[in-house]
Design a protein around this ligand. Structure first.
Ligand code: EPU
Length: 416
């Protein structure tokens, strides 16, 4: 892509990747037909759909944005290496499979580009409910004759561990209380999906979730619209902050991104609710701020590459502190290749803003950092080529096309 003029127009965001993947896993809890709406056409949804298919479910897209899943009575409760390796989030099938099938065989997820990604809290939560685990040939073999409700206090409000424990608790006997639960809007979306299926979940979105177990026959298929993707919305707000201009991010929900909107405000971006979503206008030059990532409702770790990129072209010095994934700074070297002035020290990045960056070939290390590198190209002289763009396809539907519709000079070429 090349730097161009200011952005203008409206971009419509889709449903949250990090919700839809878990909703698909939740369909394993009960046979029936499920319809999911506002589903983005992204590679991670394809991966989770493939995983459900290998187990015996039917997954089809009858029209754009809609996914229809038929979960049959009998499935094969197994997540093979090839699919878990493609997408770590596949681990969220463990809870629902154990709860409904009493057993599961799931490939152990490896680390990824932002470091080691343990699942000890997932396993501990399920163990407290009565599951037993063994590990053989790279697979977790899980069994549970019966799950029983109990108190599960998470060591840390892990999103995935909260989701796995929550889904298993739906069919456990008695009441489960999950303390120190993750509070992300996607957890709330999962709980409302489960409740519509017939589950009895209270308190999702707060740190204490209470689940009254129900019998399997009380659950059935449902029709559900996925919560908007706050990270996708944040990405387009960062685009206008970096490139300049005035846009509307249709479908964005301000209440799901309070801290982000507040920080952008401090940087000089004007953002206000609009009948369609959020309206945003960028100043001539952003002001630097300090940012630290924290579990929701703090600044999400997924926003961090966006902040680092915005700070790279802001006026002043900003310090970004990563508290969630300590190794999530790999893209900094790529931004440096584009002329950004960034120094990292352990889990901090010190970013000295420059007026402009300089276009260069760079490599996308993961979904969010990949998107941020594209945005850096919007304020870089000459041409920027982001390689390994397949990472971006995992989480963003038609990223280049949507940026182009806002006036950016961006084109998707085949990966090389
Ligand atoms: N952790 C453990 N043990 C566990 C689980 C987590 O030590 O058993 C640690 C992790 O290593 C990490 C921290 O806890 O340091 C947070 O991990 P969490 O479990 O909350 O994250 P996740 O469920 O693996 C989801 C999103 C990520 C997002 C994080 C944090 C999905 C599919 N992924 O991951 O999104 O960054 O929450 O909010 O929901 C993305 O969309 O690109 C993405 C990476």
């Amino acid at each position: 892509m090349r730097a161009g003029g200011p952005l203008a127009g409206t971009v419509r965001i889709g449903g949250a990747k990090n919700s839809v993947l878990k909703l698909l896993a939740a369909t394993l809890l009960a046979p029936g037909e499920y319809v999911l709406r506002n589903v983005p056409a992204i590679a991670d949804v394809d991966s989770m759909s493939d995983l459900l298919r290998t187990m015996g479910c039917t997954v089809e897209r009858p029209e754009p944005g809609v996914l229809r899943v038929v979960r049959p009575e009998t499935i094969v409760p197994e997540a093979p290496y090839e699919l878990v390796e493609r997408m770590r989030a596949s681990i969220v099938v463990l809870g629902p499979l154990l709860a409904r099938e009493g057993r599961a065989r799931v490939s152990v997820p490896g680390g990824d580009d932002f470091g080691s990604r343990p699942i000890d809290m997932h396993l501990r939560g399920l163990e407290l409910l009565g599951a037993r685990f063994s590990n053989a040939h790279g697979y977790i073999e899980a069994e549970a004759d019966k799950l029983e409700g109990t108190r599960v206090t998470l060591e840390y409000p892990s999103v995935g561990a909260t989701e796995n424990t929550l889904m298993a608790a739906v069919l456990a006997e008695g009441t489960t209380v999950i303390d120190n639960a993750a509070r992300e809007p996607e957890i709330w979306d999962l709980a409302s999906f489960l409740n519509r299926m017939g589950a009895r979940v209270l308190g999702a979105g707060s740190s204490t979730i209470t689940v009254a177990g129900v019998r399997p026959e009380h659950l059935s298929g449902v029709d559900h619209t996925v919560v908007p993707d706050r990270i996708e919305a944040a990405t387009y707000l960062a685009a206008v902050a970096i490139a300049g201009g005035e846009i509307v991010v249709a479908g964005a929900k301000a209440e799901h991104m309070d801290m982000y909107v507040q920080k952008l405000g401090e940087m000089g971006v004007r953002i206000s609710p609009d009948p369609e979503g959020l309206w945003a206008m960028s100043p001539r030059r952003l002001r630097s701020v300090d940012v630290a990532t924290l579990p929701y409702p703090g600044v999400a770790t997924d926003y961090k590459p966006l902040f680092v990129t915005m700070l790279a072209v802001a006026d002043g010095v900003g310090i970004v502190t990563e508290n969630i994934f300590k190794g999530r700074f790999r893209y900094v070297d790529e931004l440096t290749r584009m002329g950004a002035d960034i120094r990292t020290d352990d889990h901090h990045a010190i970013v000295r803003g420059r007026e402009r960056l300089s276009g260069a070939p760079v490599r996308a290390p993961d979904i969010r950092a990949g998107a941020a590198l594209v945005l850096a190209g919007l304020r870089a002289d000459g041409e920027t080529v982001v390689r390994d763009a397949h990472h971006i396809d995992r989480g963003y539907e038609d990223f280049a096309g949507r940026l182009r519709a806002l006036g950016a000079d961006v084109e998707r070429v085949d990966d090389y």
